[in-house]
Design a protein. Structure first.
Length: 335
């Protein structure tokens, strides 16, 4: 008690203000899920909420369906920084948002998630005439198969993935076999990556399925092919996405997968408006995220390591999301 009485009045007032700010924001639990981009975003949010807004913020481990189900049923944890809405059972997400227990506050990836067929950026620059699937089919000689040089290759994704089925169906729908293309099953993400890396090392043509944001896209930029036909959702649901459908038609693909920051209704009601404002403002472009994921892979970095690196290295990105006083507090905290 004596030591408190000896403290200068200004120090006491500042300490009281800090406690009040923390109390306003309270204890915040942020789900850190298993993939790199989520780990990065969860830890960036934790640092900014804690150091910038005075929240008692912490990350907690989770996984997609269990986390979003718990948020709907128990309103715990308070938030998930990045959730791919397409990967959540529709009923869970629809019921949660309808009841107000799940509140999407922003698109954490401003351009969404991308699934498509790609060609390497270096190849696209050398061959500006190739931009669509039809353009690719006219030039099988530019995409030699490593297994059969007399044929061309289009590379498919990981076994069991929905987009592996979609690529196989589109391969049939566009009759790429008649154009001299074989559909090459890579079997795993690592094997698919190796085909991209090998082609880049030799500066050869490559075409196949990939997605973004990913660390590989950060290191080996690629250009999305134009399907040359519009996206037809009815055909998508009827046949494009079904492995046993015998008569797929040429189809485009969705422009993007929605990737949201989601908080609980209870959390939305109790946090200060400025904290909610930050969560609504915070978003990453595909290029920004690809760059960070490549850095994480190269440095075998944790989400916490990556968050500190991001905040120190890219102030031109994150300082747009916060006011000047929050910027100053965060920068002082991370050194």
């Amino acid at each position: 008690m004596k030591s408190i009485l000896k403290m200068p009045l200004a120090t006491l007032l500042l300490s009281s203000a800090a406690v009040a700010n923390a109390a306003d924001c309270g204890h915040v639990t942020i789900a850190a899920l298993s993939w790199q981009s989520n780990q990065l975003q969860a830890n960036v949010d934790q640092l900014i909420l804690k150091e910038g807004y005075g929240c008692n913020a912490e990350t907690v481990m989770g996984d997609t369906v269990p986390t979003i189900t718990s948020m709907r049923d128990k309103e715990k944890p308070d938030m998930v920084s990045e959730i791919w809405v397409d990967t959540v059972p529709t009923q869970i997400f629809r019921e949660g948002t309808a009841s107000g227990k799940l509140v999407p506050v922003s698109e954490s990836l401003s351009e969404g998630g991308i699934n498509a067929w790609f060609i390497p950026e270096y190849f696209a620059k050398e061959h500006p005439e190739i931009r669509t699937i039809a353009d690719v089919m006219k030039h099988p000689e530019l995409f030699p198969s490593p297994e059969n040089p007399a044929r061309a290759a289009i590379f498919n994704g990981t076994e069991g993935w929905g987009w592996t089925v979609i690529t196989a169906q589109l391969y049939k729908a566009f009759d790429m076999n008649s154009a001299g293309f074989d559909l090459v099953s890579t079997g795993s993400g690592a094997a698919l990556d190796s085909t991209v890396v090998r082609a880049a090392a030799q500066k050869k043509g490559w075409v196949g399925y990939y997605w973004a944001p990913t660390s590989l896209m950060g290191k080996y930029p690629m250009v999305q092919l134009d399907p040359g036909v519009p996206f037809d959702n009815r055909e998508w649901e009827r046949c494009t996405t079904k492995a046993n459908c015998p008569d797929p038609k040429p189809n485009g693909w969705p422009k993007k997968s929605i990737v949201n920051t989601v908080i609980t209704g209870k959390f939305a009601k109790r946090i200060p408006p400025e904290v909610l404002g930050y969560l609504k403002a915070r978003s990453y472009t595909t290029v920004e995220m690809n760059r960070m994921l490549a850095w994480m892979t190269d440095h075998q970095a944790t989400g916490e390591d990556a968050a500190k690196y991001f905040l120190r290295t890219y102030p031109e990105i994150w300082t747009k999301w916060v006011p000047a006083d929050v910027k100053a507090k965060v920068q002082k905290a991370i050194g």
